[in-house]
Design a protein around this ligand. Sequence first.
Ligand SMILES: Nc1ncnc2c1ncn2[C@@H]1O[C@H](COP(=O)(O)OP(=O)(O)OP(=O)(O)O)[C@@H](O)[C@H]1O
Ligand SMILES: [Mg+2]
Length: 468
Amino acid sequence: MKTADSNKGKASLALTVVIVEDNATMRLGMEETLRREGHRVLAFSNGPDALARLEREPADIVITDLKMEPLDGLEVLARVKKRWPDCEVILISAYGTVETAVKAMQLGAADFLTKPFSPEELRVRVNKVRQHLQQQQQLRQLADENRLLQDELGAPYREMIGASPAMQEIFRLIERVAREDSTVLIEGESGTGKELVARAIHRRSPRREQPFIRVNCGALNDNLLESELFGHEKGAFTGAIRRKRGRFELADGGTLFLDEIGDVSPTMQVKLLRVLQEQEFERVGGEETIRVNVRIIAATNRNLAELIARGEFREDLYYRLSVIPIKLPPLRERREDIPLLVNHFLERLSRERNRHRPEISSEGMELLQSYTWPGNIRELENVLERLLVISPDKEIAPQLIARQLGGRVNLTDDYRHLPLEEALQAFEKNLLLHALKEAGGVKNRAAKLLGIRTSTLYYKLEKYGLLK
Ligand SMILES: Nc1ncnc2c1ncn2[C@@H]1O[C@H](COP(=O)(O)OP(=O)(O)OP(=O)(O)O)[C@@H](O)[C@H]1O
Ligand SMILES: [Mg+2]
C-alpha cells in the first residue's frame, strides 16, 4: 500500500481531447492516433457541437481545424479560451500563413499544426502540450496546498488564559493528552475556546513541526466535504479539473482538526468512521487506497449525547472520537476568570492598535462579571474591542460598558449605571429580544406577546438595529 507521500506530484497521463474537424477522413485519422495513445477522444464535425459538449464536460485539449462553417477555428479558439482558460487549444490549418498563426497565438493557442501532418507529428505536439499541462497542474496543486499550510502557519499563536479550577484542570489535561496520539473530542458552547484548545494540543505534541489542518465540517455539503477531506481524482465529478489531495493527506504526520463534527450528515459519519478505524481511504473517484498517519481532534458546540438519543449521530463514531473528552465550561460558570481575560484582551487589543491601555473601574468590572456571556470568550473579546474603539479615554466608563451589554443583559439585571433615557431604551430593547426569542423569531407572535401592533414592532426593531 502506498503512503500519501509517495503519491505526491504524480499526475494522470490520459487526457480528454476534443477534435473539431469537418473533414471526416482527417477526423477519424486523428481520433485513431490519439486513442491509441490512451487519451479519451471526442470528435465533432463543427464548432457549435463541440462547444455544446464542452459545456457538459470540460476537456484538457481542443484540436480544431481552421476553415470550417459556421464557426471557424479562430472563433472556436477564442470561445474556448474565454470560457475555459485552462484548456489548451491546438489549431490546424492547410494554409500556414503568418498572420493566422500570429492571430492564433495572440488568442492563446498552444500550438499551430500545418496540414498535411503525420500521426507521429500529431503525437509529438499533443505530448508537448500534455507535459505543459502537467507542469501547470502540479504548480497549481502545490500553490493551493502551500496557501493552506501558510494560512495555518501564519495564524498567530494565542495564549490561553484561566485561573479557575475548571480551566486549570483543562490545562493539565492538554499537557497530558498532547503527548499521546489518542483522538480528542472537545465539547463546549460557541466561543468557549475549542479551537484554541485543539491548537494548544498540537503545539505541545511531538507532531508540532508537522501540519495542523482544520476542516469546518459544518460549512460544507456532503460532496464538498468528502472531496475536501479525502481529495479527488481528476474528472471524478464535473468541475474536478485536476487531482486534489484532501486534508487527510495534507495533515499526514500532523493533526487534523474536525471542527463542528456534530453537523456531519449520517452518510459522512459512516465515511469518517472508516478512516478513523483504518487510517486509510480512497480519493473521490479514485481506486488507490491511501494510508495516512494523522492525529484527530474533533470539536462541536452541539450536545452529542442528545444527537445520539435522537438518532442523528452514530454512537460508534462518538466512541471513536471521544477517547479523550474535553468539556469546556461556559464563561458564566467561571466568572472568576473574567477580570483576567479582560486584562489580557485589553492589553493585546491596545498593543495591536498602538494605543495606551485603558483602565476599567471596579464598577465596570462588576458589570462585565455579572453579564451572562452567551457568546462566551469570543463575545467578551468583541465587546472589549468595541469599547476600545468607542472610548478614547484613559478609563472606560461603566456607562459605556452597560450600554454595550445593554440589549443583552438579563431582565433581572439592573440599569443603575445608565441615565434614565438610556436605561429605558436598553430595557425596551431587551424586552423586544426576549419576546422575539419566545416567539421563535415569528414577529406577529412576538408583537402579540408584547401587546403591540406588528408594524410598531418593526419600527422599534429598526430603531434598535435589530432588523436583519
Ligand atoms: N482561555 C482563553 N484565553 C484567551 N483567549 C481565549 C480563551 N478561550 C478562547 N479565547 C479566544 O476566544 C475566541 C474564540 O475561541 P475559539 O475560536 O477557540 O472558540 P470556539 O469554541 O472554537 O468557538 P465556536 O464554537 O464559535 O467555533 C478566540 O479569539 C480565542 O482566541
Ligand atoms: Mg470554533
